[in-house]
Design a protein around this ligand. Sequence first.
Ligand SMILES: Cc1cc2nc3c(=O)[nH]c(=O)nc-3n(C[C@H](O)[C@H](O)[C@H](O)COP(=O)(O)OP(=O)(O)OC[C@H]3O[C@@H](n4cnc5c(N)ncnc54)[C@H](O)[C@@H]3O)c2cc1C
Length: 328
Amino acid sequence: MAVRSVRIFEEFEERTRRANVFSQTGWIKIGSAEMKAEMERNIERHRALGIEADFLSIEDLQKMIPGINPDGIGSALIEYKGGHADPTATTEGLAEVARSRGVEIVEGVAATDLEAAGGRITSVRTSEGTISTPVAVNAAGPWSPEIARWVGIDLPIEVTREQDLILETDDADLRPEYPVSNGLDRTYWRPDGRRLLAGDGHPKENEYVDANNYDSTHDASYELELMARLKHRIPRFADNARVVGGFAALYDVTPDWHPILGGVDGVDGYLNCVGWSGHGFKLGPAVGELMAEVIVDGAASSIDISMLGLDRFARGALLSSSYAGNQA
Ligand SMILES: Cc1cc2nc3c(=O)[nH]c(=O)nc-3n(C[C@H](O)[C@H](O)[C@H](O)COP(=O)(O)OP(=O)(O)OC[C@H]3O[C@@H](n4cnc5c(N)ncnc54)[C@H](O)[C@@H]3O)c2cc1C
């Protein structure tokens, strides 16, 4: 799904007429010496899928991230086609194309119930009235378990609170150019215009919250602690940076940290598109195509998504991977 999504991001301007949405800088992962074997396995898997990825030496890393502290870095890789995208422009760009093809997008309206008869979806009730439909896609992220319960479906999803800081320096040249997942100090950062967005990586203690009642600001203690880790690893930037913002948002986490996609036995027309577990943005464009295939053709054809069904949890067929959340 990520490979397919990167191709869609590469064609984003052509498809949507929106320029500079995707910055294909490459994506860097940093780890300890113990993490090297797992990185090697991932590089092999990537190459088997036609994705270019390589180990980086400390010298490479120092050229790419000037001033990086090499202490403890025992492994690093780059995945060349990755990068970062502006989430608002991505969403708006895709929405505009959908509208131009006749899709009606209604904002600010809450779904309040799902109705089913004879084992299939018949309508969605909303705060603005009822819509008759044979298909309803539950894509409500952290709120998706609530919606699934309307038709008796139990989603094994928990909600975690995740904090990010927004950093700025007077000298924009100090800002690191590459998005980095730093498994060593459990941090990640990515450029955001002139700024840097930084957060806390796994493994860590998850903070489980109620999606309808959580603090969406960041904690003062989090700011101090994350800044200390950034100052240790990227002092050239972090020593000169000030925190100009921050927030807390939500992950919708499944037991294996992978999404739940597709239909459910007993409720025809109900489709899950949920449980993104903190890594759903990059997969979004491909997922849109897959859900369209399921709705129009009755099954996904471009990518096999059968292992992502809700039934995997009852069967004990959970997925495993080295995705950080999975290791927590
Ligand atoms: C701090 C942070 C960092 C992240 N970093 C990355 C990253 O680097 N890479 C990556 O790929 N992913 C990342 N993610 C994850 C990514 O943001 C999510 O996977 C993605 O946004 C999920 O999209 P979604 O559409 O499924 O859900 P959401 O974006 O949560 O959207 C769900 C929508 O449903 C609406 N809704 C809920 N209930 C109702 C209702 N009853 N009626 C109508 N509407 C309703 C909500 O208002 C909301 O707009 C990150 C997430 C966080 C929090």
